[in-house]
Design a protein around this ligand. Structure first.
Ligand SMILES: Nc1ncnc2c1ncn2[C@@H]1O[C@H](COP(=O)(O)OP(=O)(O)OP(=O)(O)O)[C@@H](O)[C@H]1O
Ligand SMILES: [Mg+2]
Length: 438
């Protein structure tokens, strides 16, 4: 039944879209839009092939779902499914649909909104815009960058919200991080208002913290939650061997971000900027970095709908010029005991663990990051698989922690000198061995 309703809705949407020139691609629900997408947008009339119908609705055999209805037809030769009697289709649909459905489909809200008490403008505003569709993004990237522009592909990666797997629910955030995420979400939602009152120095965040503390995941999760395209730039790639065009490519990244807007522009390894400015670097790199800083100054959330997030593991290497460009600094500390307990619970949520005691694990993992805890779990899972078990025990996890710490110790031998320096100063590792009461 819902299968038939989904298919009829799709066919009806295509029909209404075709009839009303006032409607544009942003009125189509994203799934319909991408199924109907042609070379350059959705053609009129839209091509409702069986394949497109399947893609739009997720119904495996769309024709089977509606072949029993009086007002549908299939042109087996062209592979099209269509409506042969619009009025009958409309009556049939209106009788069975509800307001939620119409609210999710601005095209139908345009014609049936009144009947369902749904406001067309509100439905359109809530609909994901065409700039967030993978097809549109691919088209844009093709327009800006040559296909064989390897340098560029190393430097930037663009994901549509549908292609982002991580959500904010997958990450354990500190209270400060939670607050900042809601603040940013509000700022994006009300950016028109912020523009009216002239508050434009907003929307540039710097995430600061050691590796594996969730900076990248949080930025992606935010894009997912806000349903925005995610443009990720790896700044160290600026030093790639094909330097000639880099400054120009940096400019292009910002142009792409502005065309994709609203979107999130994430710049990883931000410390790279500062070290290159002061270092004895190749001129082409310096030029690229200067272009980058200038572009950062010129982009804005309020005027361009681009939220900029920088991330760094080495805040100490950032100079004042780099700091000054961000209006909020958000710390990603190593998780405390409570957070570690929450993280281990979260990452094991799909795994059976007998005698699971997150608090005990948290107590034994001082200094480990979220990423380390994931590795611990992976180790435990693999070890259990070697014994042909898919159920873990608390002991498996505790053993994996011990292995992890041995390995970590080996790695630290490389940096023994650093460790000695730090111990000499009386901080860092010392507090791992002698926890101070809180
Ligand atoms: N607070 C956390 N809650 C849940 N998972 C976490 C947390 N922190 C890190 N992780 C997990 O660890 C992995 C690595 O995290 P992520 O890549 O976001 O770290 P990062 O801070 O960007 O590291 P780097 O500085 O090396 O780029 C991810 O799989 C992520 O889910
Ligand atoms: Mg990262």
């Amino acid at each position: 039944m819902t299968e038939a309703l989904d298919v009829v809705e799709f066919l009806l949407t295509a029909r209404v879209y075709d009839r009303h020139q006032d409607l544009d691609e942003n009125d189509l629900p994203p799934a319909h839009r991408s199924a109907l997408w042609g070379d350059d947008g959705v053609p009129r009339p839209p091509q409702t092939t069986e394949d497109a119908t399947r893609e739009a609705t997720g119904v495996d055999n769309p024709w089977d779902a509606v072949s029993g209805l009086m007002f549908t037809d299939r042109d087996a030769f062209a592979g099209n499914v269509s409506l042969v009697d619009d009025d009958m289709a409309i009556d049939w649909y209106v009788e069975r649909a509800d307001a939620d459905r119409v609210r999710d489909n601005p095209v139908l809200a345009f014609v049936f909104g009144d009947e369902f008490g749904v406001d067309y403008e509100a439905a359109r505003d809530a609909n994901r815009s065409v700039q967030a569709d993978p097809q549109w993004i691919d088209g844009l990237l093709e327009e800006y960058f040559d296909e064989d522009d390897e340098e560029m592909l190393d430097l930037v990666e663009v994901r549509s919200p549908a292609e982002i797997e991580v959500t904010l629910d997958d990450i354990v955030l500190t209270e400060e991080q939670e607050e900042e995420m809601s603040k940013v979400a509000k700022a994006i939602e009300h950016r028109d208002y912020l523009a009216t009152i002239g508050l434009s120095e907003i929307g540039k965040l710097l995430f600061v913290g050691p590796p594996g503390t969730g900076k990248t995941s949080t930025a992606r999760g935010l894009a997912h939650q806000l349903d925005l395209p995610f443009v990720e730039v790896k700044l160290s790639m600026i030093t790639s061997q094909y330097l000639g065009e880099t400054a120009k490519n940096v400019e292009k990244v910002f142009e792409v971000a502005k065309r994709l807007s609203p979107c999130i522009l994430f710049m990883d390894e931000f410390d790279f900027v500062a070290t290159t400015r002061t270092g004895d670097e190749h001129n082409a790199i310096k030029r690229a970095v200067n272009t980058l800083l200038k572009s950062i100054d010129e982009v804005s959330l309020v005027n361009d709908d681009v939220l900029l997030i920088g991330a760094t593991n080495h805040p100490d290497e950032l100079d004042a010029a780099a700091w000054r460009r961000f209006d909020e600094i958000l710390s990603f500390p190593r998780p405390d005991e409570q957070m570690r307990a929450d993280i281990i619970s979260l990452v094991t949520s799909e795994v059976d663990v007998a005698d699971f005691e997150p608090a005990e694990i948290a107590a034994e993992t001082d200094g480990l990051t979220g990423s380390d805890l994931r590795l611990v779990l992976r180790e435990a899972v693999l070890d259990a698989l070697v014994e042909d078990r898919t159920e873990l025990t608390q002991d498996d996890l505790m053993a994996a922690i011990e292995d992890f710490e041995d390995r970590d110790h080996l790695r630290n031998l490389d940096t023994l000198e650093d460790a000695l320096d730090e111990d000499h100063d009386g901080h860092d590792h010392a507090d791992h061995d002698h926890p101070t009461p809180e």
